[in-house]
Design a protein around this ligand. Structure first.
Ligand code: TXA
Ligand code: MG
Length: 349
């Protein structure tokens, strides 16, 4: 039998605070002292710690149950603060940050030594974002330090877009949760690697390659691994799947229910989902459906994670989802999350 001590998880008192000026000041003081604060941003809620304090950042990995080689995004209150984190300052970086900051875009740049290896998962680059959310920027200002923040969910679960999601996942594990409005965007920021001189999108988001290309006069390439999907055999036996990006190996954003995506013409997808739903219900399963409007990509981004969490709360056994067109860049970004949620289980119709 396991040692009893191992099964007892330590809990701490978590204060859930509305984002008043005083509470943001108090939360900033918690960050300065090396504590953990969850806070709203326009994309998803973040779980923040002092980005320059390795011991504090280590606690973020522990609270989330996240592998420590997965690097974090460092959040700054205003664009000029980027200069403290990197020596890189080229014209393209300047154009991009001026066009999209504050906002849902993260840039990966070569890091200065002030950024601890713990924050960047040992990489010599650092991901930096200047969020649009006023609460987030005020918190960073109150902390007096850049804030390292991954999404404020238990690793593997859908990212949190409502205060209640953060409370559900992290209460008892962190010091403060700043409550806030539902996140406007709903999926995480676009991650753009600028460290090699040409822009490469590592994670698609609401800011698209077309928009980035229009600003810097160069097409932003998609990292090729973003288009990789495991074959049916590899999906059934993940040991056979060897993608370049380690994150691809794992089921991310995953609901507790099994999830299947139907991909094809919208009318065929609707019909197949109805048929499958009827058949599965006949077999005694509780079935949930996620079907977004064909052209309403921003809406899909906004709703996806909250919908996945709601299905779990309702105790659904099986989620049947309709694919979005990945010809649209926002559709592609939402599909990137849906595919991971479903462990790449896709049925072509
Ligand atoms: O919208 C967002 O970006 C949210 C909010 C809280 O700002 N944050 C977020 O963080 O999504 P997280 O940790 O869940 O995702 C960070 C992503 C991961 O895919 C990670 O691999 C990538 O950014 N990343 C971070 N640092 C990197 C680096 N130096 N090089 C390449 N990728 C990096
Ligand atoms: Mg995340």
């Amino acid at each position: 039998m396991a040692d009893r001590k191992e099964t007892i998880t330590e809990t701490i008192a978590t204060r859930v605070l509305p984002p008043t000026k005083e509470n943001i000041e108090a939360a900033g003081a918690v960050i300065r002292r090396g504590g953990l604060v969850a806070f709203p941003t326009e994309t998803v809620f973040g779980l923040g710690a002092d980005a320059l304090n390795a011991a504090a950042v280590k606690k973020v990995y522990e609270a989330k149950g996240r592998p420590s080689d997965n690097p974090m995004i460092v959040h700054i209150a205003a664009a000029p603060e980027l200069a403290a984190l990197t020596d890189q300052h080229d014209g393209m970086l300047e154009q991009i940050t001026r066009a999209f900051w504050p906002g849902p875009l993260t840039v990966v740049v070569r890091k200065r030594s002030v950024v601890p290896a713990t924050t960047t998962g040992g990489l010599d680059t650092v991901a930096v974002r200047n969020p649009e959310s006023t609460i987030a920027r005020e918190l960073i200002r109150a902390s007096g330090t850049p804030i390292a923040a991954p999404s404020a969910n238990i690793s593997g679960r859908p990212s949190p877009t409502k205060t209640e999601h953060v409370i559900h996942d992290l209460q008892g594990k962190i010091d403060v949760i700043l409550s806030g409005p539902d996140c406007r965007v709903g999926i995480e920021s676009t991650v753009l690697d600028m460290s090699e001189g040409h822009p490469v999108i590592l994670r698609p988001g609401i800011i698209t390659p077309e928009e980035i290309g229009a600003v810097c006069g160069q097409t932003a390439e998609l990292d090729p691994t973003l288009r990789q999907r495991p074959t049916e055999e590899e999906r059934r036996d993940p040991a056979q799947f060897h993608p370049k990006a380690p994150g691809m190996k794992y089921k991310h954003y995953a609901p507790q229910a099994e999830m299947v995506i139907f991909e094809g013409s919208p009318s065929a997808v609707r019909r197949r989902i109805e048929e499958a739903k009827a058949a599965q219900e006949q077999a005694g399963k509780k079935v949930g459906v996620i079907l977004f409007g064909e052209h309403d990509f921003a809406r899909a981004a906004h709703d996806l994670f909250a919908d996945l969490r709601r299905q779990d709360e309702e105790g659904v056994d099986l989620i049947l989802a309709g694919a979005l067109s990945d010809q649209n860049s926002v559709g592609f970004a939402v599909m990137n999350r849906m595919l991971k949620s479903a462990g790449y289980h896709v049925i072509k119709v």
